[in-house]
Design a protein around this ligand. Structure first.
Ligand code: FAD
Ligand code: HEM
Length: 489
């Protein structure tokens, strides 16, 4: 059960926003330390130069100034607000929106944090949205939201529901003295502007997903034609699924993921989950490319991974949303539904680094990379607890024998190292990364692009080793989060 955020009380006792406006300078001073800290690890736009005010459509200068004056409040208590918002909304809207959300992301607060962060950035730049949305970081933020919305199939009719609960949360968390009608009115307009932007981008995204060769809109039915363990311990399962109509399926970019829409009243399942494609599209006996493979790491008490294991077998159906995702190779892009080499690609080496089931997207990325670049140096470093738990050993044998991939398997023997305790293995790990990335002799230069997938702590540690110890450029490092992106924190 979610507990009230300790700051809630403090927020309720805050001054009305009109007074907050007048005291903005004082408040800014008060929160300066916090703001500086955030600007280092938080909102990517906070270092942007201030530009003259430009008004978002339908908003007055007063509306804009009210929204901006809430920034210190959001910095302090944004997560309390969004946690309260989700609690109410998911309780009240059991049919309309609850099935889209992963309950675990509520418990671990990753989704409330992601939403709070995006609302904070939006409020901070409400007077200059053009610059924010035009910057690389702004585009990344919006693209991440849109891609996730496309994956779970957020539609225009859902926006008023979210908007209603957001305003309700503002009123309830800040109290009617602070969240006056005027404040709610300004936020209502600001929410409308952001909604219109997202709805527009999502409409384009849905059209694109439906118009690529063999693409589709909404759900499409697939049949499970293969189900097999992906490691010796039998704690991970690969599912091969084929379109029920037998027709071709949209070709993804290596690294993208599918989304399962699961509804089974008998087993009390009504939810959505994302799974990276762990192979490229394969053809059936008639030469039609109509299958996908995904692989689940069975979670202790995990709702969907155990449900699939128990109840979904060869011959059963699965409803699948179109393939999406931003974690793809920089060297390869989609053109007219097919993978082609990115014209800006250079001939430098690439390194994939995975922990545990984080290896899944690399299974399609390796094949796709090799198809286009048969000779470029390619490293795959995979950290597992032990040989018994190691995923995809057969695929990896093929990668190293047929595709000339430099594979480094690392067995830590301690579960927790992958999760939390990377520091203990940092000297060893640093050397491993140095040997495989910096000193790797098979390529013309050290690895240009590095891709990392695993638990957030693992990715952070790896990023630190690469940028601080090995002095690599952080811009070359790419991540995938198996949940809401924690760069929002
Ligand atoms: C882009 C993307 C790609 C992904 N790709 C893959 C992939 O290729 N393979 C893969 O296996 N996963 C992948 N995931 C993760 C996947 O979507 C699911 O989150 C994962 O399978 C767990 O689902 P679940 O329903 O089994 O577990 P959940 O029921 O969501 O539970 C997850 C964990 O939280 C714990 N938990 C749940 N409730 C509580 C509670 N009240 N208190 C304490 N702990 C609790 C559970 O015990 C479990 O260990 C991906 C996610 C994303 C966003
Ligand atoms: C202006 C409005 C909105 C904003 C700013 C917003 C913002 C976000 C953000 C920041 C994420 C996290 C992205 C990631 O890293 O994965 C997200 C995910 C999500 N959003 Fe929205 N969103 C908005 C509206 C909506 C609406 C109307 C719905 C419909 C119900 C919705 C449903 C979801 C879902 C289901 C997820 C994934 C949640 C999960 O993984 O548990 N959002 N959104």
């Amino acid at each position: 059960m979610l507990r009230a955020h300790p700051q809630k009380k403090q927020l309720k006792n805050s001054k009305p926003v009109s007074k907050v406006c007048k005291k903005t300078t004082a408040l800014k001073k008060k929160t300066a330390l916090k703001t500086t800290k955030r600007s280092m690890s938080g909102c990517p736009f906070s270092t942007m130069a201030k530009k003259p005010v430009s008004l978002p459509p339908g908003m007055t200068e007063e509306d804009v100034s009210i929204v901006k004056s809430c920034v210190p409040i959001l910095e302090q208590g944004g997560v309390a607000l969004t946690t309260h918002f989700y609690k109410n909304m998911l309780n009240d809207e059991q049919d309309a929106v609850k099935p889209f959300f992963n309950p675990t992301h509520q418990i671990e607060l990753s989704q409330p944090k992601a939403l709070a962060y995006s609302v904070l950035c939006y409020a901070k730049h409400i007077d200059d949205l053009g610059s924010m949305l035009g910057s690389a970081d702004g585009q990344k933020l919006i693209a991440t939201i849109v891609k996730k919305h496309l994956a779970v199939q957020v539609l225009p009719e859902h926006y008023p529901i979210v908007g209603k609960h957001l305003l309700r949360a503002i009123r309830e968390v800040l109290g009617p003295e602070v969240a006056t009608d005027q404040v709610l009115n300004a936020w209502g307009k600001a929410y409308g502007v952001l909604s219109d932007l997202l709805i527009g981008l999502e409409a384009t995204g849905y059209d694109q997903l439906a118009s690529v060769p063999n693409g589709w809109r909404g759900k499409r039915e697939f049949k499970i034609i293969g189900k097999e363990y992906a490691n010796d311990e039998k704690s991970a399962i690969s599912y091969i699924i084929q379109s029920e109509d037998g027709k071709g399926v949209m070709k993804p970019l290596g690294g993208q993921y599918l989304t399962l829409r699961l509804k089974d009243d008998k087993n009390n399942i009504n939810t959505t989950r994302n799974y990276s494609l762990s192979d490229v599209v394969r053809e059936d006996e008639n030469g039609i490319g109509n299958t996908y493979r995904f692989t689940t790491q069975i979670q202790d008490k995990g709702v969907v991974t155990n449900y699939l294991k128990e109840f979904k077998n060869v011959g059963d159906s699965l409803s699948v949303h179109p393939i999406t995702g931003e974690f793809t190779l920089r060297d390869i892009i989609l053109k007219d539904g097919n993978e082609v080499i990115n014209p800006s690609s250079n001939d430098k080496a690439t390194t994939f680094i995975a922990a545990g089931s984080g290896i899944t997207p690399f299974m399609s990325m390796v094949r796709s990379y090799r198809k286009h670049f048969p000779n470029r140096p390619l490293n795959l470093i995979h950290i597992s607890t032990n040989k018994n738990k190691e995923l995809f050993s057969k695929d990896k044998d093929e990668f190293s024998s047929k595709f000339n991939v430099n594979i480094q398997n690392v067995f830590t023997d301690v579960d927790q190292i992958v999760q939390n305790d990377m520091n203990n293995m940092t000297p060893f790990y640093k050397n491993l990364l140095k040997t495989n990335i910096i000193d790797h002799k098979s390529g013309p230069t050290p690895a240009e692009n590095i891709y990392i997938v695993g638990p957030a702590g693992f990715m952070k540690n790896t990023h630190n080793v690469l940028t601080q110890d090995l002095k690599l450029d952080g811009k070359k490092i790419n991540y995938e989060f198996f949940g809401p992106a924690t760069f929002f924190e």
